[in-house]
Design a binder for this molecule. Sequence first.
Ligand SMILES: [Mg+2]
Length: 259
Amino acid sequence: MADRKPIESWLTDMDGVLIHEGVPIPGADAFLKKLRDSGRPFLVLTNNSIYTARDLHARLRRMGLDVPVDNIWTSALATAQFLDDQRPGGSAYVIGEAGLTTALHDIGYILTDHEPDFVILGETRTYSFEALTKAVRLINDGARFIATNPDNVGPSTEGDLPATGSVAALITAATGKKPYFVGKPNPLMMRAGLNAIGAHSETSAMIGDRMDTDVLAGLEAGMRTFLVLSGVTQPVDVDRYPFRPSEVVDSIADLVDLV
Ligand SMILES: [Mg+2]
């Protein structure tokens, strides 16, 4: 580590790092306070596209964690920024919740089911057969297929929930078209996040609880990576991957002194 530049900016995953099943992970509050006090650029990332940054700020606040709205980066925001770069002022048919539709409205997108440029799939708990049928037909008619994140399942206190990746697979089966996934592990989400806070990859670190998304995305974006064992990845899993994080620690509490 001695040959590496000091860490000046931090990106951290949310679920499994800062919170777990609606409860803060010990050390998360201290870590966030240190970041806020230090004035260092940082972002809390989530692949979940249901909520707006404002929603997430309020949800975290209720759990006792203070993350300013501007320090929250969702796959919905990353998707909107990607589309704003690719095709400014475009149109889209959207399956998703306020996190996604608000982000698209904010970049001036028109949401329509009439000849949209894109079909954009995000996380929702109310998939309708009618909406899926509409998406399939619009893609068959030439709309480009984008999905906020590739996660096949999401966490809940009662067990796994089918997530965006699983629904994307259904649409792919029906159309023969695969979506472009914007969220983790696509390093695009990390690079766009770094740009949003004016940070550089060589002096930034990514913290996550998953090897296959957080660590992979951080690695491919050229960042230092910290794997925490407070979430999905178990110690026995780490060696099964052909890549490794810069460091493995028990939890966020072990990183407070690095800020
Ligand atoms: Mg996680």
